[in-house]
Design a protein around this ligand. Structure first.
Ligand code: G3H
Length: 252
């Protein structure tokens, strides 16, 4: 049985003060168990968020990192730096990073390897564009991205990672994928993991859906057998909405 995971991806939203306010509200009302809770905040808010959430079951995550441990990489942040402040998860290969910051399957792979070596849990994002979907290329795109991200990683490590299937056309658009369609593609991703790393790994790896997930539609995704939670942008920015998503994930 896979524990559902609801990860908020705040993207470039919230100052440190706003993150503290969110945490205070969230911990006052945080009474759902059986769901892994993660908030992926901007780098500048991570330490404050960690401090506010100390003693709760809400983990913190980053939204990116560099694959080198240290060096002359102006503006970058390493896995070691994230670990030091208590970060447990890191989103890698989000489509916005692939689209605006030239992230490739190769750099995502290097980051996955570095994150695992440092003891961080990668949340690896895969997903097709509208053009690719309309051309019938969804399965091929998620296969290539999944195989690319985990190249050279051993099965035991893959089993402990999280994959987020996010069709690009559903991100921030209000156009969510149907739960059935999302489940179908997630099942393909799981079968790719099974082919490469064995059935036991495929059974264990958690695969989330992401793209316009809201408190109103979370239960429909969680009702699907292969969907293990959600990676949520907009609806994770308000504590009450985030906690409703968490509560909705218990329907699994
Ligand atoms: O990482 C989260 C996704 O990009 C989804 O964003 P959204 O929930 O605002 O559509």
């Amino acid at each position: 049985m896979r524990t559902p995971i609801i990860a908020g991806n705040w993207k470039m939203f919230k100052t440190m003060a706003e993150a503290r306010a969110f945490a205070q509200e969230a911990k006052a009302d945080n009474n759902t168990s059986g769901v892994q809770k993660v908030i992926c905040a901007p780098f500048t808010a991570l330490a404050a968020l960690k401090e506010e959430l100390a003693g709760t079951d809400i983990a913190i995550g980053a939204q990116n990192m560099h694959f080198e441990e240290q060096g002359a990489y102006t503006g970058e942040i390493s896995a070691t730096m994230l670990k030091e402040i208590g970060v447990e998860y890191v989103i890698l290969g989000h489509s916005e990073r692939r689209q605006y910051f030239n992230e490739t399957d190769e750099t995502v792979n290097k980051k996955v390897v570095a994150a695992l070596a440092a003891g961080l849990v990668p949340i690896v994002c895969v997903g097709e564009s509208l053009e690719q979907r309309e051309a019938g290329e969804t399965a091929e795109v998620v296969r290539t991205q999944t195989e690319g991200a985990f190249a050279g990683v051993d099965a035991a490590q893959v089993a402990d990672t999280v994959i987020a299937y996010e069709p690009i056309w559903a991100i921030g658009t209000g156009k969510s994928s149907t739960a059935e369609d999302a489940n179908e593609t997630i099942a393909i991703i799981r079968s790719v993991i099974g082919e490469r790393f064995g059935q036991a790994t495929a059974e264990k790896v958690r695969i989330q859906y992401g793209g316009s997930v809201k408190p109103e539609n979370i239960a429909s995704y969680m009702a699907q057998p292969d969907i293990d939670g959600a990676l949520v942008g907009g609806a994770s920015l308000v504590a009450d909405s985030y906690l409703q998503l968490v509560a909705g994930a218990t329907s699994r």
